[in-house]
Design a protein. Structure first.
Lengths: 350, 243
């Protein structure tokens, strides 16, 4: 819980990690990729405020004490959701697996949720594994990384036939939250790997599932927004948007927030601090203090109210995951009125 | 050789990052560029991350090779992409004059002209915001904007850029062509203008934000002060790109 100026914010960090990128875990023969991956993350890390920067060695693998202190004790987070990313092609024990994340989650009941994953290339065996994971870890969500390399393959699409089998299975098993993250590779390589139109199709075909598109579809935020405005079960994860832009590129942060608020709306945006790319403390505090600039260029973007910030920082994700929110941290009924939907009206009128 | 080097640099400034619609030179992607006494041009390129998408990366290397090869006086060209997961495939593929399909055998099923056209089309949408936004700010109505021709718009670098991208795609670009057009080239009617401009701005914000991410990450990767995480070879490479 974060309190500022008499307002109390229930914080759900819906996109965080507990990775092991230590050198011991770099798969023999694949070291350059394991290093390349974490170096890329380290580049993002440096877009946060300088006083939050860590030494590279520490960045490779934080301790449990680091995590608890940075996220819960200092980071204002009430509930954090782990997004598992396996990358076993590069990391011997995986980058951050459900087992690793789940073991930590079990030590902090009620405060940590571990999401699983699936990959259509795992075929029938993967479907069985998904069932076993649900049994063992009671999954409500999964992280889907479409650019993962696996046995010579460099990625997949949500519209692949086998992907539909997994989505059907998720629907049966009650894994309602599908966190989608696009990356730079896919098959075939000549296509745009970041393209988000497959999300449009599966969101239509699986209306009972929620598709939380992490990083708000960046670098395809334009296509993402236009899909989200038309698909009520598509959400914008604002992970990386806050972390990489709020401090480093404030004007661009304002523009991106303005577009998201206009097209997607404050009821379908979820905070993610992306630990340990960054710590949540400065992101939560900075976001609560933030407001759209007064300059001419920003006048026709929606403004953020205290209620909007409460929704984005925690209440929206709490709804997706049925996380109990103390009564004093909920919004009074008057403030949960049906919001305006300017983009939908604009589309309907054209 | 100085003049020839200037010509080579000028040629490189015509090479765009297809996704960002900006020259590789202003993005800082050219790490070095030299021409020896025999007219052999050597160019090294670098990108914001080790995992930048291989298809866009390939296009920049291939386009740089082609642009420099066309400079009179250049006898041979070597272009090398550094510090990238597909450096060796891309550099060898471009040097051999092979296309994308033969460079990534089994992983690609077509050349990259469709990919390039997709992003040029986005640039055309974004460019309409760049040109129209000042007019909107001055109070132009949807009705006026829908009637506006390219020849009516004050001259600007943004207008030249928009015309050039449209020409490449075969879209109307002459003085009597409408400023606001749909992706298929058809004119935007006045009742469609508000949504069209919102989408144009969204597209522009998307492209420009991507550009900022890339600049930030390139800086984090190659700034002299950032220590760990970069390879020793890079750390010793010295000053940034020639601009």
């Amino acid at each position: 819980m974060y309190e500022k100026d008499g307002e109390k914010y229930f914080v759900v960090d819906s996109h965080c990690h507990y990775w092991d990128a230590s050198r011991e875990n770099w798969k023999p023969g694949r070291e350059e990729y394991a290093k390349g991956w974490i170096d890329c993350f380290y580049g993002y890390h440096q877009l946060g405020p300088p006083e939050t920067h860590w030494d590279y060695e520490k960045y490779l693998k934080v301790s449990e004490e680091d995590f608890v202190r940075d996220v819960f004790d200092e980071g204002h987070v009430d509930v954090a959701i782990f997004q598992s990313t396996y990358l076993k092609d590069w990391y011997t024990d995986g980058f951050n697996t459900l087992e690793r994340n789940g073991s930590l989650a079990e030590k902090h009941p009620g405060k940590l949720i571990a999401n699983g994953r699936w990959d259509p290339r795992d075929g029938e065996k993967g479907l069985e594994q998904l069932e076993a994971d649900v049994e063992r870890w009671h999954l409500r969500g999964v992280k889907l990384y479409t650019a993962e390399w696996q046995d010579g393959s460099r990625g997949w699409k949500l519209t692949d036939p086998m992907s539909y089998r997994y989505l059907e299975k998720c629907q049966q098993l009650g894994i309602v939250n599908q966190h989608v993250h696009k990356g730079p590779t896919i098959w075939p390589l000549n296509k745009d790997a970041f393209d988000v139109h497959d999300i449009d199709q599966v969101a239509t075909d699986f209306p009972q599932l929620n598709f939380i598109v992490e990083h708000s579809g960046i670098p395809r935020i334009d296509d993402f927004c236009y899909i989200a405005v038309q698909e009520p079960n598509v959400y914008a994860g604002v992970s990386v948007v806050i972390g990489a832009l709020m401090h480093a590129r404030p004007k661009f942060f304002a523009r991106v927030m303005g577009e998201l608020l206009f097209w997607v709306g404050e009821d379908r945006m979820t905070f993610g601090g992306d630990y340990n790319i960054w710590t949540p403390k400065w992101q939560v505090e900075g976001f609560v203090d933030w407001q759209m600039p007064d300059e001419e260029a920003f006048t026709d973007y929606p403004r953020l109210t205290t209620a909007s910030k409460k929704k984005i920082l925690g209440l929206n994700a709490a709804r997706l995951y049925d996380i109990p929110v103390p009564a004093e941290l909920q919004l009074p009924p008057a403030e949960v009125a049906e919001p305006e939907r300017p983009a939908e009206q604009l589309i309907a009128g054209s | 050789m100085t003049d020839l080097l200037d010509d080579v640099r000028a040629a490189l400034s015509t090479v765009l990052d297809p996704e960002l619609d900006e020259p590789v030179t202003t993005l800082g992607f050219v790490r070095s560029c030299t021409v020896d006494d025999d007219g052999v041009a050597t160019v090294t390129l670098r990108l914001p991350t080790f995992f930048c998408a291989p298809n866009f990366s390939f296009l920049m290397v291939a386009d740089a090779h082609e642009a420099v090869s066309a400079v009179p006086g250049v006898t041979a060209v070597r272009v090398a992409l550094l510090d990238h997961h597909a450096s060796s495939e891309i550099n060898a593929g471009v040097a051999a004059g092979g296309g994308f399909v033969s460079t990534f055998e089994g992983e690609a099923v077509a050349e990259l002209s469709d990919l390039r056209a997709t992003f040029l089309a986005k640039a055309v949408v974004a460019g309409q915001d760049r040109v129209a936004r000042p007019l909107v700010d001055q109070g132009a109505t949807p009705h006026e904007l829908a009637r506006l021709r390219l020849g009516d718009v004050p001259a600007s670098a943004d207008l030249d850029r928009l015309r050039s991208r449209r020409r490449t795609l075969g879209l109307p670009a002459d003085d009597d062509a409408p400023l606001l057009i749909h992706p298929d080239g058809s004119p935007v009617s006045s009742d469609q203008v508000p949504l069209h401009l919102r989408r144009a701005r969204l597209t522009r914000v998307g492209i420009e934000t991507n550009g900022e991410y890339c600049r930030s990450l390139l800086h984090a990767r190659y700034a002299p002060t950032s220590g760990a995480g970069q390879s020793p070879a890079v750390a010793m490479a010295g000053p940034a790109a020639r601009r």
